[in-house]
Write a protein of this length. Structure first.
Lengths: 114, 114
């Protein structure tokens, strides 16, 4: 599926670096999401945007900063990360926030913190 | 609190045999249930959903799932497994009220043996 594109696919960074993850959806959806996927744990919802407004922030540390400049693009700005932040970060989108709407996922960014 | 349990970390099945991947849920309110599949180095792909109506729902790639309200279960099934079905499967639930969260299970790795 190429509806949701994430770049880069892999990222290695030191704890003092600043980097950004990018997500772009080509599905005309109005809601976008950031998830963290760690081994043996359920996916953790980080942020939800609807029509470019943040509607959910699940107690995510401030070293993660999302940005949604328009309904097709979503960024996750990273700074001063910790080793436990190493994970697969998934972006998703859905038509809207309706409870019956499936979410469409990108292939993720594999993040490794040195 | 809402939660999803996938009691089996790993399921092995011979090619051509029927497969079942188990999921139980705990929610307050009416559940909206989803199954996703994740292939190596890829994001999650939507397979099927239960919203209301017929308890047996059919989805992509020949998969189906049965909603059982009394047992609070939503097991994924396929009559005849293919080697290409080998992947990580996630069950997820949303509810009509409260937070805008899609709650995921920890995933079940399905291996289809040729």
């Amino acid at each position: 599926e190429t509806g949701v594109t994430q770049t880069p696919r892999h990222l290695v960074m030191g704890m003092t670096n600043k980097k950004s993850l990018k997500c772009e959806q080509h599905l005309g959806h109005n809601a976008m999401y950031w998830y963290k996927q760690s081994a043996k744990k359920p996916l953790e919802l980080m942020f939800v945007y609807s029509l470019e407004e943040r509607v959910e922030n699940n107690s995510v540390p401030s070293r993660f900063s999302p940005e949604c400049p328009n309904s097709s693009h979503l960024f996750l700005h990273l700074h001063t990360l910790q080793p436990e932040d190493s994970a697969l970060y998934l972006c998703a989108s859905s038509q809207d926030q309706g409870f019956n709407q499936p979410q469409h996922f990108g292939d993720g960014t594999r993040l490794s913190i040195l | 609190a809402q939660s999803v349990a996938q009691p089996e970390d790993q399921v092995n099945v011979a090619e051509g045999n029927p497969l079942t991947v188990k999921c139980t849920y705990s929610v307050s309110g009416n559940p909206y249930l989803f199954w996703y599949v994740q292939y190596p180095n890829r994001g999650l792909q939507f397979l099927l959903k239960y919203i209301t109506g017929d308890n047996l729902v059919k989805g992509s790639y020949g998969f189906e799932a049965e909603f059982n309200k009394s047992q609070t279960s939503f097991h994924l099934k396929k009559p005849s497994a293919l080697v290409s079905d080998s992947a990580l499967y996630f069950c997820a639930v949303r509810v009509e009220t409260g937070a805008n969260n899609l709650f995921f299970g920890t995933g079940t790795r399905l291996t289809v043996i040729p």
